[in-house]
Design a protein around this ligand. Structure first.
Ligand code: PLZ
Length: 445
């Protein structure tokens, strides 16, 4: 078996971004790949690991994206590589619903142990985040015999038909793809930077909307990201989530935490629910679970998970053995290397540096987030008016300088930073310096 050579942990630009080989592939892409599939950077990857992505022209970029919050353990993490190589050589697929295997059971055991709450739990495995969310809704409907699903402004849950309906933002996710699934109701989220409300106030507002417009007795599930990811790393005011959990419990509603982006140590806790001590009835996970292989899960109260008829949940590939092996390797890495602590450390480095940029430039309305899920909301100075153009310009300038950053937000004015939790300090520091230089250059501060 091959042992991967660790990549030099450095930012190294040997050509312009994109270099000639990437530009060539970009032309092939345009001729072969649907124009409907986007790309944040115009480079093509040769290797990645630790805190860097190396492109086919030999440029080494600092990775503040983790493939959208996936490679929490770093790319090609040694234990993931080893587990996958071993599994792929033994068997690649049998279909868990046809002839089962231990890896699937082991991943479910780990999820039941690590997710919030010490009640009896069960899990089921799927391939993508959207599929997990769809299944959480199926399970909640089967359990409650109700239909309505409550979601939130700025929420993101996927690109399938039901999850498009659950996602708030039109462009690019929904435009011209309707009609959407029905019985989905959207209510206001707590967004402290814009609404200035306390958590309990914002919750009372959302709950009143549910009562008046849907009727609590009709609601199967409330589905919420404990920190809105694509919506712009919006951390609800303290008390908002606990009030919703209480309301759900009092009304027989299944409370579903979508932790697809926030899960697996990303926010400086195993799950973002842990920060306020809330215990969801069901939790959806994906992304960080398997170190980059496609895997997703629904985990929750045994009596809810087991209320579905036998054979009601599944899919050909759900809980594929290679993806399960990767998850076991990734989870072991998180536990052994204390990646919860690593995410907390990243927060302690990033927040003051970003606040200093905010103070110098006046264009950052808020620095927010938890752990290694940190963002800045970019505004016209002295206002809370979004500046999407400046956000795009800063992101592009960072890319050109060899730092991978992502944008987010309903108004496109949030720059989000999601480093792998294995990011070395010197690279994080360098990336923040590059970011600061681009802000200063673009604002003339
Ligand atoms: N729920 C909270 O963040 C995926 C989307 C990228 P899938 N977020 C990244 C894009 O533009 O498609 C996500 C999420 C939350 C669900 C999902 C959906 O997960 O694995 O992309 O289906």
């Amino acid at each position: 078996m091959t042992t991967p050579t660790p990549l030099p942990q450095e930012r190294r630009l040997v050509t312009a971004i994109p270099g000639p080989r990437s530009a060539e592939l970009q032309a092939r892409r345009t001729a072969a790949v649907s124009a409907g599939v986007g790309a944040t950077l115009p480079i093509y990857v040769e290797a990645a690991g630790g805190g860097v992505i190396v492109d086919i022209d030999g440029n080494s970029l600092i990775d503040l994206g983790s493939g959208i919050a996936v490679t929490n353990v770093g790319n090609s993490a040694p234990r993931v590589v080893e587990a996958v190589q071993d599994q792929v050589a033994r068997f690649t697929h049998t279909c868990f619903m046809v002839t089962s295997y231990e890896g699937y059971v082991e991943v479910c055991e780990a999820l039941n142990r690590l997710t919030p709450g010490d009640h009896e739990k069960r899990s089921a495995l799927f391939n993508s985040g959207a599929e997990a969310v769809e299944n959480a809704v199926k399970i909640a409907r089967a359990h409650t015999k109700r239909q309505a699903v409550v979601v939130f402004e700025h929420g993101y849950h996927g690109r399938t038909n039901l999850t498009m309906a659950m996602t708030a933002k039109n462009m690019p996710y929904k435009q011209s793809f309707g009609p959407f699934a029905n019985e989905v109701y959207r209510v206001p989220l707590s967004y402290p930077f814009h609404d200035g409300q306390s958590g309990p106030e914002a919750a009372a507002h959302a709950i009143s909307r549910i009562d008046k417009e849907v009727g609590a007795a009709n609601v199967a599930a409330i589905v919420i990201e404990p920190i809105a990811g694509e919506g712009g790393f919006i951390v609800p005011a303290e008390g908002f989530l606990p009030a919703l959990v209480d309301f759900a419990r009092d009304n027989g509603i299944v409370f579903v935490a979508d932790e697809i982006q926030t899960g697996f140590c990303r926010t400086g806790a195993w799950f973002a629910c842990d920060h306020e001590g809330i215990v969801p009835d069901l939790i959806t996970t994906a992304k960080g679970i398997a170190g980059g292989l496609p895997l997703a899960a629904v985990t929750g109260r045994a009596e809810i998970m087991d209320s579905v008829h036998a054979g009601g949940l599944g899919g050909t590939y759900g809980g594929n053995p290679v993806a399960c092996a990767a998850a076991i390797g990734a989870i072991a890495t998180m536990e052994e290397s204390d990646l919860v602590g690593a995410a907390q450390h990243i927060e302690s480095v990033m927040k003051p540096r970003l606040q200093a940029i905010a103070d110098k430039t006046g264009v950052i309305g808020e620095v927010r987030g938890r752990g290694a899920m940190i963002a800045v909301e970019i505004v016209k100075p002295g206002t809370d008016e979004p500046d999407a153009a400046l956000t795009a310009a800063v992101a592009k300038a960072c890319h050109t300088q060899g730092v991978v950053v992502l944008t987010a937000g309903t108004y496109g004015n949030v720059l989000r930073l999601l480093p792998p939790l294995t990011m070395p300090d010197h690279l994080l520091d360098e990336a923040l310096t590059v970011l600061e230089e681009q802000f200063l250059a673009l604002t003339g501060a």
